[in-house]
Design a binder for this molecule. Structure first.
Ligand SMILES: [Zn+2]
Length: 284
């Protein structure tokens, strides 16, 4: 699919949604768009690994059709804005969020403002180096946090265990070949106390906990918000381990502990965050 076609599909979808909601297009003050990729301060998509939109004049195409202000942001960043506006961190000013999807997305709010760095490529917390000799990451580096703790890394390790002859409840549901492992399969294996899967997920979560130690040292946030499909499925298993690791850090012994919490809004976080972005940027 070309960027132009993808853009057309989204525009048609949006037109239908506006029709369905019986909204007069002239009353739309702004449109906010969340994109899985690196978005510059002025809304240009610089990179989008999973959907070919980089370099396409997205904002112009939307403006031409809808004749209103268009704001674009990274989806994980918008998710944190949503949680900050209507969700779990409403009164917080210094927040780190980690989105545990296929990989690990990150977002940072400092002094009440989203921090995206010089070019919009900041806060990619899944790609901080945890182990310089670690496994290869999708980004080309070695030993990134998500190469240890992302769902794709968990999947890689489970596949490896299965290939080397270990038995898991996941193997049974595969009926032969290796398949994609969804978050729900992980939570099912955890609830059945599957030894192989529990061990692999525990290792991943311990790695994530150590990533959180680093973020705590870098930003001294009031809270770290964890969201995404893996959290929704396995949050009950993940949270206590992360809390234990982060709260054992002797450096912060005499300070109030960094709160480790689960996001509240699920998929709505990005949508609400897009509205929050329009509200704040629309004033400028
Ligand atoms: Zn990486």
């Amino acid at each position: 699919s070309t960027p132009k076609k993808i853009c057309q599909v989204i525009i048609e979808f949006l037109k239908d949604a506006i029709d369905d909601a019986a909204v007069d297009p002239r009353n739309i003050k702004a449109i906010g768009i969340g994109v899985p990729g690196i978005v510059s301060h002025d809304g240009n998509i610089l990179e989008s690994p999973n959907i070919p939109l980089a370099g396409f004049p997205f904002v112009k195409a939307f403006q031409k059709t809808f004749k209103t202000r268009i704001f674009v942001g990274n989806d994980v960043n918008l998710g944190l804005l949503g949680e900050k506006w209507k969700g779990v961190c409403r009164n917080s000013k210094n927040i780190i969020s980690l989105f545990l999807g296929t990989g690990i997305g990150g977002a940072i709010v400092l002094n009440g403002e989203l921090y995206i760095g010089e070019h919009g490529a900041g806060a990619e917390l899944g790609h901080v180096t945890l182990n310089m000799n670690g496994p290869k990451c999708t980004c080309g580096n070695k030993g990134c946090l998500e190469a240890h703790a992302g769902r794709w890394a968990i999947e890689r390790d489970i596949h490896h265990a299965i290939r080397s002859g270990k038995k898991t409840v996941i193997t049974e549901s595969f009926k032969g070949g290796l398949k994609r492992i969804k978050s729900k399969m992980l939570s099912k294996a955890l609830s059945k106390k599957d030894r192989v899967v529990t061990h692999i997920i525990t290792q991943a979560v311990v790695a994530l906990g150590h990533g959180c130690i680093s973020f705590n040292h870098m930003f001294n946030p009031e809270m770290i918000v964890l969201g995404g499909g893996v959290m929704e499925a396995c949050g009950g298993f993940i949270l206590p381990i992360i809390r234990k690791i982060v709260h054992a850090d002797p450096f912060f012994k005499k300070l109030p502990p960094c709160k480790i919490v689960e996001s509240q809004l699920g998929d709505d976080a990005v949508i609400l965050g897009a509205v929050a972005m329009c509200k704040s940027k629309g004033q400028g």
